[in-house]
Every structure is written in structure tokens, then in C-alpha cells.
Design a protein around this ligand. Structure first.
Ligand code: UDP
Length: 383
């Protein structure tokens, strides 16, 4: 029997793109499967969810090639790409479509789908005009998408626009927002707040939470500059360095120390289930310094019924309606961030109002059932 779709990821680490794929596979039809170029936590999660992942055996060398790789590095990996493509083609022939969930997966899947005559969907999670991508990587991705992908699924209008700006064929693009299961996100209570304070040895004062990878563009340093001007406010920094970007963690820990924040900031490392922590903080923060392609943590904060302050730009502008279901601040502006935190801590009624409205927005617009239906509609277009 031919199954519907094989979602392909080069990494089995759990970044936002991989969590999107895991959510689709956990909540979508059982004939959607997940395939990884390496074993890791995301593959193990699928096993735990009784969705057997496919882990290709030729992928190890590719994990050394990062997204900012030069053309020469990519060329050096050509042998691995070819072996992966052949392996993927053998597995992929059981599926009606292959959905590449990352750029490296796009290159491999493009070759594999040519070998077996299946349509290719590229699930795009990045603003590819972002300077983090080398020009060659961006050009190669757009070229492959234009040549080989029947559809490009973008996780926001901002992501879709950047693809078009980089020369991508916009008529093939469909928007599918990230979706969440509201039942998996308990709403904040004062008991959750007390539990959080006990767990991380924090005092009775207000606690803000910043959730995401420790990497410069997620802006943990912006929060530390803001906290230096808010002496009563404590913070939990939830997340770890990922994808080999370890240097920033040491830098940002040093910054916390030099700003005198050690007694009121806690680095929790990566947490498998952040919902409980979100439910315990007074404010959920998002401090990215660049436009966020989507911003899962923003929706997760809204689902927790916590007031959210996020950086303006990118996908976040499509999630939050300013001063209605969240607050927006300019990127890299510690003073504006501090003012927004102070406003929510002072005006608790306003904070409760936007938190309540945020939960409604998140449940109605970013529900996993809608995401699965939107993805299924894209797959239906292929047949
Ligand atoms: N996340 C997590 N544990 C952590 C920190 C983050 O599970 O310790 C999750 C977070 O809940 C979110 C995802 O990682 O679902 C990050 O997605 P987002 O879109 O915010 O950023 P990305 O990593 O895709 O740039």
C-alpha cells in the first residue's frame, strides 16, 4: 500500500522545525511518517509516540555541514548527499510525496524524488534572506526549490515573502502555521508560580521567562541589559545551545555575572516540556534580534495564559495584535523591553486581559488540528 507523506529532516535535535514535524506526525494521519539523517531526541520522541521513525544510515557526515556552509563544504559532502538520496529513494517509494523539512533535507530529497518520480514539498522554516545564510546556500536552496519542489510550505507570510524576495516561485507557496495542542499547555496558576520558584530556588518577586536556543539572535543578552534596570525582577532562561553554537552560552553567562544578575537569573538548560515552566512565570518573553520566521514560543506563552512580550517583525507580527493579545517591542532595545515588563507588572489588570486574549488567539488560530488539515490540503493538491 502507498502511504501518504514522508517528512524528512536532516537533524534529530529538537529545534522549532523538528518540533513542528513531530507535532504533525503525532496528530496527523498515521500514514505520515518521519525520516531523519541521524538518530537523536526527535527520532526517540516518535518511537515514544508509537510512530516508528526511519533513520538513514548514510547521514553522519552531513551533520558536520552547517547551514552557513560554503559551496565548497557542500561540494565536499556531495558523496554523502548522493548516498542519502539513494537510501531515501528506497524508503520514499512507499510514499506518494516527500516533504523536506529543512534545507539539507531539500537537497537530498530533490535527488531522491527524481529517482522515484514522486512530488517534492519543501517545508520552509527560515527567512532565507537572513544574513545567517550564506549567499551560496540561499541561492542553491532557491534553485533546488524552483527546479524540484511542486509546493513550498512556508511557516508564515514573512517566510513566504523572503522566499519570493530571494527569487523563489511564489505561486507554489502555501502558508501552514505551526499548530499546538491546547490540552498540552496548562494555563498559569499561582500554584504553578510557587512550584517554579521552589524548583529553581527563586524568591517571591516577579519572574519572567525566556524560552529558546542559546544563540545570539534569540537575544538573551538583550534581556540581561533590561534586567539590570529592573532590580526586583527574576528570570528563568530556558534552553540550550544547539546545532554546534556553543560559544554564546559562555558569553551570555558572563554577561549575567557582569550585570550583577547571578542571584536572580537561572539557566535551566534544555527542558523537554516547557509548558509547566511557562505556566509558572509572570511574563513570557521573546527577545529575538532578527525577524523570527514564526516564533513557536510566542504562541506557547499565549497558550499558557501568560502575558507575552515579543520582538516586532517576521512571523511574530502575524501572531500578536499589539496591545490586544500581547505586547511588541523593537528588536535589540533593552529600554523598551524593560518598560514593557514594568508596564505589565504594574498594571496587572491589563496583563490579565492580554493574557486571556492571547490564549483565545492561540487556541483559535494556531491549533494543531488546523495545521494538520492545512498540510493535508497541500498534499491533496499534489494528486
Ligand atoms: N524549546 C524546548 N525546550 C527548551 C527550549 C525551547 O522544547 O528548553 C522549544 C520551544 O518550546 C519551541 C521551540 O523549542 O517549541 C523553539 O521554536 P521557536 O519557533 O521559538 O524557535 P526556533 O528554535 O525554531 O528558532
Amino acid at each position: 500500500m502507498t502511504k501518504s507523506a514522508l517528512f524528512v529532516s536532516q537533524t534529530a535535535e529538537k529545534g522549532g522545525a523538528e518540533l513542528f514535524m513531530l507535532d504533525l506526525l503525532a496528530h496527523g494521519p498515521r500514514d505520515w511518517s518521519g525520516c531523519f539523517f541521524e538518530d537523536g531526541p526527535a527520532a526517540k520522541d516518535l518511537v515514544a509516540a508509537d510512530r516508528q521513525p526511519i533513520v538513514l544510515s548514510s547521514g553522519t557526515n552531513l551533520s558536520a555541514v552547517r547551514r552557513e556552509a560554503s559551496a565548497l563544504q557542500m561540494l565536499g559532502a556531495a558523496g554523502t548527499v548522493w548516498s542519502l538520496a539513494r537510501e531515501l529513494a528506497r524508503t520514499g517509494k512507499d510514499y506518494r510525496a516527500i516533504c523536506a523539512n529543512s534545507q539539507k533535507a531539500l537537497f537530498v530529497s530533490a535527488l531522491a524524488t527524481r529517482m522515484i518520480g514522486r512530488p517534492l514539498v519543501w517545508v520552509l522554516h527560515d527567512i532565507i534572506t537572513d544574513p545567517a545564510f550564506s549567499r551560496n546556500t540561499r541561492r542553491a536552496a532557491v534553485l533546488f526549490a524552483n527546479l524540484f519542489a511542486t509546493r513550498v510550505v512556508a511557516n508564515s507570510k514573512a517566510t513566504a515573502q523572503a522566499f519570493a524576495d530571494a527569487g523563489g516561485r511564489s505561486e507554489r507557496v502555501r502558508i501552514v502555521y505551526c499548530g499546538f495542542d491546547p490540552a498540552a499547555h496548562p494555563q498559569g496558576t499561582s500554584a504553578a508560580g510557587q512550584a517554579l520558584r521552589r524548583r529553581f530556588g527563586l524568591g517571591d518577586g516577579p519572574v519572567v521567562g525566556l524560552f529558546g536556543r542559546l544563540t545570539p539572535w534569540k537575544g538573551q543578552h538583550v534581556l540581561f541589559k533590561a534586567l539590570a534596570t529592573l532590580p526586583a525582577v527574576q528570570a528563568v532562561i530556558v534552553g540550550s545551545a544547539m546545532f554546534g553554537q556553543d560559544a554564546y552560552e559562555a558569553e551570555v553567562r558572563q554577561l549575567a555575572t557582569s550585570e550583577g544578575l547571578d542571584d536572580r537569573v537561572r539557566f535551566t538548560g534544555f527542558q523537554r516540556d516547557i509548558a509547566d515552566i511557562m505556566a509558572g512565570v509572570d511574563i513570557v518573553l521573546h527577545t529575538s534580534t532578527h525577524a523570527e520566521p514564526f516564533g513557536r514560543v510566542v504562541v506557547e506563552g499565549m497558550l499558557a495564559g501568560r502575558p507575552v512580550i515579543a520582538t516586532k517583525g517576521g512571523g511574530v507580527n502575524e501572531i500578536i495584535t499589539e496591545d490586544c493579545d500581547g505586547l511588541l517591542v523593537p528588536p535589540s532595545d533593552p529600554a523598551a523591553l524593560a518598560a514593557a515588563i514594568a508596564r505589565l507588572l504594574t498594571d496587572r489588570d491589563f496583563a490579565a486581559r492580554i493574557a486571556g486574549a492571547g490564549r483565545v488567539t492561540a487556541v483559535e488560530r494556531f491549533n494543531i488540528s488546523k495545521t494538520c488539515a492545512d498540510m493535508a490540503a497541500v498534499l491533496d493538491e499534489l494528486s
